[in-house]
Design a protein around this ligand. Structure first.
Ligand SMILES: *[C@@H]1O[C@H](CO)[C@@H](O)[C@H](O)[C@H]1NC(C)=O
Ligand SMILES: *[C@@H]1O[C@H](CO)[C@@H](O)[C@H](O)[C@H]1NC(C)=O
Ligand SMILES: *[C@@H]1O[C@H](CO)[C@@H](O)[C@H](O)[C@H]1NC(C)=O
Length: 546
């Protein structure tokens, strides 16, 4: 072992113990997942679906904050596999993020154990397979991170919790969809909307009259924004992606691809009746609807009434106003700052402004999506491993500019270097007539503003600098912008992506490397404040021989 690496090894384990990353009394949970194909016909058309322990959707990952979670994944697919934990922050641990830039995929026939601590996060998230367009075959499931009993909930304890996974669905095989995308053929419109993997009217929920339920709703689909609503019932919004929100009632809720919400629903309607819960496509034609049925005691069969009506499918203004109304509950947030510790974020000086403009283009006669002119392509070696082993030729830092600069669109492996502990301002500018949703792995960020049109400095005057919601996935409306602020308190190599599976697959992503001052020369300072490379790390590409 050469001295530098030995030093790093020694320091990282010392740090680990000193900093108390994992306390000895922390519960360790173990899950065994066998991932395979199963023939399922959610919309009547047989399809090879990715199942976990024979389940679709996969089992709920039900854990408590600060638990150490071990998920042993046995890959019985015919292809490599990775899971990512959408919205779970993986503190100091991008090694476990499960995307192609951080991990070598688990080869077919092999198993690999993820091991991570869910630290300082309480809320609703989901997992999904992140490579090879496998999300189009299912393989997703809910993640609940519960509060420890010593920390009270900011609302009365519901009688029961339900996971509600909503998403668009394609009858086509995911490999055929992938081949089409590779050929430059755009994804068609979906065939329908599933709720918990089931066709309309197939999913059932039992309500007891007078009781209150928590619904943890995630949009696990590929590209369709969904409006969620329940016949005859209001929804009290309480949480999104690990932040408690200002508690407000909603009749309908727009849930964009990759977003998660918790709502409380009180069963204040009539016994003997049943009611529809629906997820209806937004901003696209034709209108598609998923539906589930809520049964009160003694109800006979399905609700006879029509599906509850919602907003006009192309009413963007309605949707923007709703998004702005979703704010952080300061009374809860201030008492227990989020991991960023930055609940008074309005007082922090911004150290850098980055503008990320998405676009659609054609490169080499294929449709591609770009960020600031670069369409991301993967290297043969995960960026995290390349960085760790100092393989200089895998990616170039700052291949992507901070702001769109009018360059000709090109393929590239974009990595942006960001400084640990900086407080940065990012503007997503969407010049296209389609919805966008953006996600930042490893972080929650404050959604300080969004509006139609083009962003300029003057927009900052209208930012919410007090109680903007802190979340990990945010939408950008057509020909519009969204601004976020984020404290970079989590070192590592993090994926910044479109949650739209098609745009992601075709290049709308980048990675950011967040690291401390003085770490530019890794031979002098080992990675501080980051967990050491896992002992079971899979090596591939140019890291294969390291
Ligand atoms: C989830 O875990 C919590 C805490 O361990 C437990 O109380 C609850 O019953 C579990 N729920 C499910 C659905 O397994
Ligand atoms: C594979 O599974 C076996 C048996 O459960 C386990 O002992 C081993 O640690 C797993 N291997 C990896 C790399 O996680
Ligand atoms: C922010 O910047 C202003 C002006 O440069 C300075 O006076 C202030 O102390 C800074 N605030 C913090 C919290 O660093």
């Amino acid at each position: 072992m050469e001295p530098i690496r030995r030093l790093r090894f020694f320091l990282s384990w010392t740090l680990l113990l000193l900093l108390g990353f994992v306390e000895s009394d922390t519960p360790h949970l173990f899950f065994d997942w066998t991932v395979s194909y199963s023939q399922v016909s959610p919309l009547g058309v047989p399809k090879q679906v990715i199942v976990i322990n024979d389940q679709f959707p996969g089992p709920v990952l039900n854990v408590t904050t600060n638990d150490v979670v071990n998920v042993n994944v046995l890959n019985k697919l015919t292809e490599p596999l990775l899971f990512t934990w959408n919205g779970v922050q993986q503190r100091k641990n991008s090694w476990q993020d499960g995307v192609q830039g951080t991990n070598c995929p688990i080869p077919p026939g092999q198993n690999w154990t993820y091991s991570f601590q869910v630290k300082d996060q309480i809320g609703s998230f989901f997992y999904f397979p992140s490579v090879l367009f496998q999300k189009a075959a299912g393989g997703y499931g809910a993640i609940r991170v519960n509060n420890r009993v010593v920390i009270p909930l900011p609302f009365p304890r519901p009688l029961q919790e339900f996971d509600v996974l909503i998403g668009d669905w394609y009858n086509a095989d995911y490999r055929d969809l992938r081949v089409s995308l590779d050929k430059g053929i755009p994804l068609p419109q979906p065939d329908g909307i599933l709720i918990n993997g089931l066709a309309p009217y197939q999913a059932n929920f039992a309500f007891r009259t007078g009781a209150t339920y928590r619904l943890r709703i995630s949009n696990v689909g590929l590209k369709t924004c969904l409006n969620f609503r329940i016949e005859g019932h209001l929804m009290l919004l309480v949480e999104t992606e690990g932040s408690y929100t200002l508690q407000q009632y909603y009749q309908t809720l727009d849930i964009h691809v990759g977003q998660s919400y918790s709502v409380l629903v009180t069963a204040n309607q009539k016994s003997g009746m049943s009611y529809h819960m629906v997820a209806v496509s937004r901003f696209s034609v034709p209108e598609l609807a998923g539906a589930a049925v809520i049964h009160y005691p003694g109800s006979q069969g399905n609700s006879k009434g029509p599906l509850p009506t919602g907003p006009d499918p192309f009413d963007y203004r309605y949707s923007i106003e709703q998004a702005r109304s979703i704010r952080w509950d300061l009374a809860v947030g201030a008492a227990r700052p989020n991991p960023q510790g930055s609940f008074r974020y309005g007082l922090i000086n911004v150290s850098r402004t980055i503008i990320l403009e998405n676009d659609m283009t054609v490169i080499g006669s294929r449709q591609r999506y770009t960020v600031n002119g670069i369409s991301f392509v993967h290297s043969d070696t995960p960026l995290k491993l390349a960085d760790y082993f100092q393989l200089g030729d895998v990616f170039a830092i700052n291949a992507i500019p901070d702001k769109p600069d009018g360059r000709n669109p090109a393929l590239g492996t974009s990595v942006m270097d960001l400084r640990y502990r900086d407080f940065i301002h990012i503007v997503f500018q969407n010049p296209l007539p389609t919805m966008q949703t953006w996600h930042f792995d490893g972080y929650n960020f404050f959604v300080v503003g969004m509006d139609e049109g083009k962003w300029d400095e003057s927009k900052r005057l209208a930012y919410n600098m007090l109680d903007a919601v802190s979340r990990s996935t945010v939408q950008v409306y057509p020909n519009a912008w969204t601004a976020i602020m984020v404290e970079l308190d989590n070192q590592g190599m993090w994926n910044f992506r479109s949650q739209d599976a098609e745009k992601w697959y075709l290049g709308q992503e980048l990675y950011v490397r967040v690291k401390g001052e003085g770490q530019d020369d890794p031979s002098t300072v080992p990675a501080r404040d980051e967990l050491p490379i896992p002992t079971n790390v899979i090596r591939c590409g140019r890291a294969g021989s390291m």
